[in-house]
Design a binder for this molecule. Structure first.
Ligand code: HEM
Length: 406
């Protein structure tokens, strides 16, 4: 094997995360990066490289942290902040048959029928939020008023959580997901979130409803069924996986439509909302750099040598804007682009289990918002939109708009 190239710091303070990923992709399809805390990982950046890694899941790459020696030999400090992403055994960090088992339970309970049945409720939730927005002033920050509200309310609906408890769940989840939450606050909020979901599971065991929690509680395969701990972990992981990603997807789409008004007009005229959702996911992936996969043996990805036992960051943000896949205008939002499948919901065994719901929410929320306020526009320049200081999921902290463009 060739000597390992010198790792490049990631993320970089002077650039946005998408800019850094585009720059690194220009160096090579896979490059070693130095993460905060001096931990080294391989950033997988091109469309081809991301597909190659995800297509070799379980054979060459795995998600189980036991495959990362640096974690167990003292190389990585016990207080490394990213360790919290590796805690627990849930659907997104187990491999092989353990993963297939959880995925089968989830897939059977979370059926297309359940997603289709949610459409009407999603429309009602969106209409209710738009009524509240319309009743306020002309200037609104759509992140707290809309983009964060839609996914959280939909998840509460999906889980069969009564309206009186929505605020409690939102509060717990906000602390777990909060960028400014201290590790101690996250630990406490996560324990409380688990306790809340545990009580929900117990109630649905006694009094099942027509919701995902009840379907999972009562699902069985022969003698096998999910334990209470597995149920709580699955619900918790789905909540965390489905909330911030969808909120960012909605916010990114709104910014792109406001800054491309000809395309907004086209979407409004021809109902091209599915194209809006897909193009926004491609060009501004809500998951930019996904930690971690681990190499199960010495291997190469797109010609780059990767030794056994190393960590990889799969950069959906780099793949979506790769000119080798999408041509010289790869970085531009264009809903008239020939459909070109993106990887922003991943690929292979861990493909996003909530993709049909996320797509449904995107179509209904965006068509509802711009149908009601077709003149809605950003109240600040796109460069002045603040972004959350995160590089795994990446999206706006605020989207200040005026409802009626002046
Ligand atoms: C636009 C919104 C969303 C995006 C961009 C997104 C993206 C992703 C990606 C990239 C992964 C794979 C991560 C990996 O490779 O390790 C994933 C997994 C997952 N997502 Fe989503 N997601 C979204 C919305 C949702 C929603 C609404 C739900 C459910 C309510 C959900 C549930 C899950 C679950 C359970 C997994 C784990 C699947 C597994 O490991 O087998 N996601 N998502």
């Amino acid at each position: 094997m060739r000597p390992r190239p010198y790792p490049i710091p990631f993320p970089t303070a002077e650039e946005s995360v998408p800019e850094t990923l585009a720059r690194l992709r220009g160096i090579a399809p896979v490059v070693p990066v130095e993460l905060p805390g001096s931990v080294v990982a391989w950033a997988v950046l091109s469309h081809e490289a991301v597909k190659e890694v995800l297509g070799n899941e379980n054979r060459v790459f795995g998600k189980d942290k036991k495959h990362w020696p640096a974690l167990h030999d003292g190389t990585i400090a016990e207080d490394w902040p990213m360790l919290r992403l590796l805690r627990g055994n849930h659907i997104n960090n187990v491999d092989g048959t353990d993963h297939r088992r959880l995925r089968d339970y989830f897939g059977n309970a979370f059926s297309p029928r359940m997603v289709a049945a949610l459409a009407e409720r999603v429309r009602e939730i969106v209409a209710g939020l738009l009524d509240c927005i319309a009743a306020g002033g002309d200037a609104v920050d759509l992140v707290p008023a809309f983009t964060e509200q839609v996914p959280m309310r939909v998840i509460c609906e999906l889980y069969g959580i009564p309206e009186t408890e929505h605020a409690l769940l939102r509060q717990r989840a906000a602390t777990v997901l909060g960028r400014t939450s201290t590790p101690e606050a996250v630990h406490i909020a996560r324990s409380r979130l688990h306790a809340f979901l545990g009580e929900l599971v117990d109630r649905k065991r006694e009094n099942p409803g027509d919701d995902l929690t009840s379907a999972l509680v009562h699902a069985r395969r022969g003698e096998d069924r999910l334990s209470r701990t597995e149920l709580v972990d699955l619900l918790c992981q789905t909540l965390l996986a489905g909330h911030e990603t969808t909120a960012h997807a909605l916010a990114n789409s709104i910014i792109s439509l406001c800054t491309h008004r000809d395309q907004l007009a086209l979407a409004l005229r021809d109902g091209l909302w599915p194209r809006v959702v897909e193009e926004s996911l491609r060009v501004s992936s809500p998951v930019q750099a996904n930690p971690f996969r681990f190499s199960l043996r010495d291997t190469t990805v797109c010609g780059v040598d990767i030794p056994k036992g190393e960590a990889l960051l799969v950069c959906f943000g780099g793949a979506g804007t790769d000119p080798n896949q999408y041509g010289p205008t790869a970085g531009e939002f264009d809903i008239t682009r020939q459909p070109s499948p993106h990887l922003s919901f991943a690929y292979g065994p861990h493909f996003c289990a909530g993709a049909p719901l996320a797509r449904l929410e995107g179509r209904i929320a965006l068509s509802g918002l711009f149908g009601r306020f077709p003149d809605l526009d950003l109240a600040v320049g796109p460069k002045d939109i603040p972004y959350r200081p995160n590089f795994v999921t990446y999206g706006p902290a605020a989207v200040p708009v005026r409802l009626n463009r002046r």
